[in-house]
Ligand binder design. Structure first.
Ligand code: ZN
Length: 163
């Protein structure tokens, strides 16, 4: 395991769509590095492209700051369904340090993914986990929080980020 440097926006790789993880990819090694990097940076989610690995994989541990670590690894994730009800959260991003953007997303999602054992899994997520997963899924598509806000908020956040 090793801590990798986290790419900072506007690195072009953060605007690039990731490819599907295949059998020849070292998903386990990448997941280990992502988790170690995420804990080191005091984050609760981290996507592979944030360390320059352009693969559809992200990690999350929503509760480690309050209790025991519970690392989760999501390979080739897909959102199967999303609720009509929405929620707005102030989202930070390790790739855009110091900036929080109010992003509105579906409040509940159903996700399917592959685990490290290669087996498919699916589950519904709500609350912070639903928000975090959608944020990390965006990274896999080359989308960041600044792409999810209106033009005025985007301009203000970009000014704050540059300052
Ligand atoms: Zn992020």
């Amino acid at each position: 395991m090793s801590i990798r440097p986290v790419l900072l926006w506007p690195d072009a790789r953060l605007a690039t769509r990731c490819r599907t993880v295949g059998p020849g990819d070292d998903a386990a090694g990448l997941a280990d590095d992502l988790l170690e990097t995420m804990y080191h940076a005091a984050g609760r989610g981290l996507a592979a492209p944030q360390v320059g690995a352009m693969l559809a994989l992200f990690v999350m541990d929503s509760g480690w700051k309050q209790g025991a670590p519970c690392p989760m690894v999501f390979i080739n994730p897909a959102i199967l369904s999303a609720s009509e009800s929405q929620s707005t959260s102030s989202e930070g991003c390790l790739s855009i340090p110091g900036i929080s953007a109010d992003v509105t997303r579906p409040a509940e999602i159903k996700l399917r993914w592959l685990g490290l054992d290669g087996a498919p899994d699916d589950r519904e997520f709500t609350g912070f986990e639903a928000t975090c997963i959608q944020h990390e899924m965006d990274h896999l598509e080359g989308i960041v929080t600044l792409d999810r806000v209106g033009p005025e908020a985007r301009a203000r956040l970009r000014r704050d980020y540059a300052a």
